[in-house]
Design a protein around this ligand. Structure first.
Ligand code: NCD
Length: 296
């Protein structure tokens, strides 16, 4: 997300508005004759399927695998060789990989564009773009909001990308986490002086416009014991809705484990499923910007 300026983000938001379901461009043929490769080396539901829905709505086609065990990597082929082969079969690659920086490294060896669909505990930029689009839709603006990011700020890649996106806006950020799971220094150094933020363990939500909950990233911990220390540390319950401002929205990149009680799903504050829905128009916009016919 670091390379995204405020203008870039606003362009994606504008394109996403045009791509949104119900709008006339639903049946755009921007990806007609295009083949998109999806390489997922980590589990995914929303990212993979919303990309596929976006590609299909734009008349594109998808190839790929989501289990490296079913590819020649299982026979010992290197990742680099795999990319050099697959780049011949498609116009763009969407990559999710457990290694930090893998998408960027891959873009250096690939002749086709690479979209980072999550690189370990580093970043998840397309999620940040859909989160920013969602905030804009839910609150009608991004500037001037008080945004609370809650949970695993150390390993949560959606947090890292969102923080880098938000630094282009005039927001007041509250980073709520256990001390051990705070936002890493490399991201803090990038928001220092750009936006006002406060780090705290306290789960005070009364004055927030956006409460962005996250899952403790179990798969990034070295032992179950370490994970269990933090599991369930922040939880929104039904009664918490009464503490919130009228217009407060609760967001979550999903999957949720126990961070948000199911009782809250019917509350007017609960926006996480609508947020997941927004993945499609935003990913359509991203694909169109990268691959679509500029004149369309
Ligand atoms: C997130 C991810 O994969 O980083 N999920 C998603 O893409 N919506 C969040 C998570 O796994 O906790």
């Amino acid at each position: 997300m670091e390379g995204f300026s405020r203008e870039d983000i606003l362009t994606v938001i504008k394109e996403s508005e045009k791509s949104d379901i119900g709008k006339k461009d639903l049946n755009s043929r921007a990806l007609e004759n295009k083949i998109v490769g999806e390489l997922f080396f980590e589990p995914s539901t929303r990212t993979k399927l919303s990309f596929e829905s976006a590609i299909k709505q734009l008349e594109g086609r998808v190839i790929g695998f989501s289990e490296a065990e079913n590819s020649s990597i299982a026979k010992g082929e290197t990742f680099e060789d795999t990319i050099r082969v697959i780049e011949n079969y498609c116009d763009l690659i969407i990559l999710r990989h457990p290694e930090k920086g893998k998408a960027e490294k891959t873009s250096e060896i690939s002749s086709v564009p690479i979209i980072n669909a999550g690189d370990g505990s580093n970043e998840h930029p397309t999620q940040a773009l859909l989160d920013l689009y969602s905030i804009k839709r839910f609150q009608n603006k991004i500037d001037g909001l008080k945004v609370g990011l809650v949970g695993d700020l150390k390993y949560g890649r959606t947090i890292h990308s969102l923080v880098l996106g938000l630094r282009n806006f005039d927001v007041d950020l509250r980073l709520i986490s256990p001390e051990e799971l705070g936002l890493p220094e490399r991201y803090k150094s990038k928001i220092d002086g750009k936006l006002s933020y406060q780090e705290t363990r306290d789960f005070n939500i009364e004055d927030l416009d956006v409460i962005y909950m996250t899952r403790i990233q179990k798969e990034r911990f070295t032992s179950p014991h370490e994970y269990n220390k933090f599991k369930g540390v922040y939880r929104l319950e039904k009664g918490d809705a009464e503490k919130m401002k009228d217009e407060t929205c609760i967001m979550h990149p999903l999957p949720r484990i126990d961070e948000i009680s199911k009782d809250l799903d019917s509350s007017k504050h609960a926006k996480y499923f609508e947020q997941a829905r927004n993945a499609v128009p935003v990913r359509k916009a991203i694909l169109k910007i990268i691959l679509g016919d500029q004149n369309e």
